[in-house]
Ligand binder design. Structure first.
Ligand SMILES: [Fe+2]
Length: 262
């Protein structure tokens, strides 16, 4: 199956300081890398606060991530960007980075660093706070599309019963639970730049969710197939992600008090 949907997050185009905050050493000029490592070796908080990457390192980062997106995402595919697309004070900066991407259909899930006034209508195909999407064999539908059409809801229910659709919740932020989280529905998120992984491994090892941000994925978007390979394998290998009353079937029903499901 040819992939129709691609996912990424936290590109932070035009944001030089993210090179320091997220340790994006890959894009540093040799001079920046040398001074960065010297700064780290001091272990000094003030030295860390004072260190700034050069404009050239930021340009390296921006160019490399644009190249990566254009190399992977076909122009006629849909790129779901899960927030923090660009650091921009004015709309032309946002437009410049959007126009450098060949994909015609980019959907943005708002991130906390996305200044909404810089995202003009039509620059991206659509904007969402968060959304559930349903990836069928032949079409991808958003929750709003499903809710707006009765016949689509019937089609969705039939497809879900046959398991030939993958629901995915898209949000800038990681969630503990989401619609269908206990029965194999996925969640993709950004925001944490890989910093949540230890918590997830310790406290939510069975969650079918992942940080789709560039810092966790070699600064590349991932296709729907790649997501299914990763989370689908986890679905096979792990018990279901049941951390509240959803997915806990008892009769007679028990009251849930303070998370006590026993
Ligand atoms: Fe971010």
């Amino acid at each position: 199956m040819t992939d129709r949907d691609y996912f990424t997050a936290d590109t932070h185009f035009n944001h030089g300081m993210i090179i320091k905050y997220s340790g994006r050493e890959l894009f540093m000029t040799p001079e920046d890398l040398e001074s960065y490592e010297a700064m780290r070796a001091t272990g000094d908080q003030q030295a860390y606060m004072d260190w700034r990457p050069s404009a050239k390192s930021r340009e390296n980062m921006d160019e490399a991530m644009i190249e990566n997106i254009n190399a992977v995402v076909p122009a006629d595919a849909t790129l779901w960007h899960l927030g923090d697309f660009v650091f921009a004070k004015r709309a032309p900066e946002t437009v410049k980075y959007r126009d450098a991407i060949n994909c015609k259909d980019i959907r943005l899930i708002w991130g906390n660093h996305d200044r909404r006034k810089t995202y003009l209508p039509g620059v991206f195909q659509a904007y969402y706070e968060s959304t559930m999407i349903y990836v069928f064999n032949d079409v991808t539908l958003t929750e709003a599309q499903v809710q707006a059409c009765g016949s689509l809801r019937k089609k969705l229910r039939r497809a879900l019963s046959k398991k030939n659709v993958q629901p995915i919740m898209l949000s800038h932020y990681a969630h503990a639970t989401w619609m269908g989280s206990y029965k194999g529905w996925f969640q993709l998120y950004g925001h944490s730049h890989g910093g949540l992984q230890k918590f997830m491994d310790e406290h939510m090892p069975n969650a079918l969710s992942m940080d789709i941000g560039v810092d966790c994925n070699n600064f590349m978007p991932l296709s729907f197939s790649q997501i299914v390979d990763i989370l689908g394998q986890k679905r096979q290998d792990k018990p279901k992600h049941v951390i509240d009353h959803h997915g806990v079937w008892t009769f007679p029903p028990k009251r849930v008090v303070s998370g006590d499901l026993t």
